[in-house]
Design a protein around this ligand. Structure first.
Ligand SMILES: CC(C)(COP(=O)(O)OP(=O)(O)OC[C@H]1O[C@@H](n2cnc3c(N)ncnc32)[C@H](O)[C@@H]1OP(=O)(O)O)[C@@H](O)C(=O)NCCC(=O)NCCS
Length: 282
């Protein structure tokens, strides 16, 4: 049966949301709009006999990239569609001269990615909690003119340039974006995204060794999301992040595996990454 792959576009957002809802990923049309706006040629749909059967998305940060939102319709799984989608994404990233590709996998799908050349390099803890108001809020709302300094700060710890993503997030979620500076120097920032009652906090990046900064950022962000359900994904290596989240009422509900394809470059400094942006974007 002929299987072809084309770019994912606006007409596919509803299909992609309905499909990912089957796995409870909580993605919205805005999430797919954001992914395809960040990388219009890097999100794909598999088509078999005129029917959409799967999707995959990539996010490129210069020479490194993330693969995410890989899913195949349940009745067509186990027929190599997932393999083809990942191979297609990898080929596209090779064309973009990306050297290192990362993704977050469920433990049960790690062998699938291993067969495609990925190796395990870490773990991420997924926690659930809720927003509430805190008295101490020393971080301030991020404004447009903070973005270039924040992006520079982020690059030092994330390992790649996420300035475009940070601009898009700030544009959409200004109310949940905070920065903490000392003598004009950025010490950390946080942002959250979502809609309705469900939100995801991240990226949350803070100077290693300054848990006080990370905590202030958390207070500001949680206060801006009072009463909302919040998800956070943190690198397992960052003990301070796990401790802070637990002290603020968050509970772990899942672990995912961070996997890499290509040389070990553009890696993050996990001591500064208190929350990843999102599983599909790193
Ligand atoms: C993971 C997924 C995209 C793979 O797509 P697919 O078209 O079924 O994959 P392929 O046919 O190319 O490869 C199938 C192999 O992947 C492995 N695999 C896929 N999903 C698996 C799962 N949930 N548990 C264990 N193994 C799994 C199996 O080993 C399978 O090999 P088999 O056919 O010999 O049994 C698909 O199963 C899916 O949509 N799952 C739900 C969403 C999901 O988990 N996405 C990945 C997020 S990290």
């Amino acid at each position: 049966m002929e299987l072809r792959i084309r770019h994912l576009g606006q007409r596919d957002f509803e299909f992609a949301v309905n499909l990912t809802n089957l796995e409870g990923w909580g993605l919205t049309p805005e999430d797919f709009r954001r992914l395809s706006r960040l990388n219009p040629k890097g999100c794909f749909v598999a088509i078999q006999e005129g029917r959409r059967v799967g999707v995959v998305a990539t996010t490129v940060y210069g020479r490194s990239a993330w693969i995410g939102s890989l899913i195949v319709i349940p009745e067509m799984r186990g027929r190599a569609i997932g393999t083809l989608l990942v191979e297609h994404a990898l080929e596209y990233l090779r064309m973009r001269k990306v050297e290192t590709v990362r993704l977050y996998s469920y433990p049960k799908t790690a062998p699938f990615y291993q067969r495609l050349g990925f190796t395990e390099e870490g773990e991420v803890l997924r926690l659930l909690g809720a927003g509430r108001t805190f008295k101490s809020q020393h971080a301030r709302k991020m404004v447009m003119k903070d973005l270039s300094q924040v992006a520079k700060f982020d690059r030092r710890f994330f390992g790649s340039n996420r300035s475009q993503l940070l601009r898009v997030l700030h544009n959409e979620f200004e109310d949940f974006s905070f920065v903490l500076t000392e003598n004009g120097k950025v010490l950390g920032y946080v942002t959250a995204k979502g809609k309705g009652i469900r939100y995801e906090l991240g990226p949350w990046v803070s100077t290693p060794g300054r848990v006080d900064v990370a905590e202030e950022l958390l207070h500001s962000c949680l206060s801006s999301l009072d009463g909302k359900e919040i998800e956070i994904s943190i690198p397992a290596e960052n003990d301070s992040a796990a401790k802070l989240c637990k002290e603020h009422g968050f509970a772990e509900y899942q672990r995912c595996v961070r996997m890499r394809h290509g040389p070990d470059r553009y890696g993050e400094d996990a001591a500064a990454i208190f929350a990843v942006c999102a599983l599909e974007k790193g």
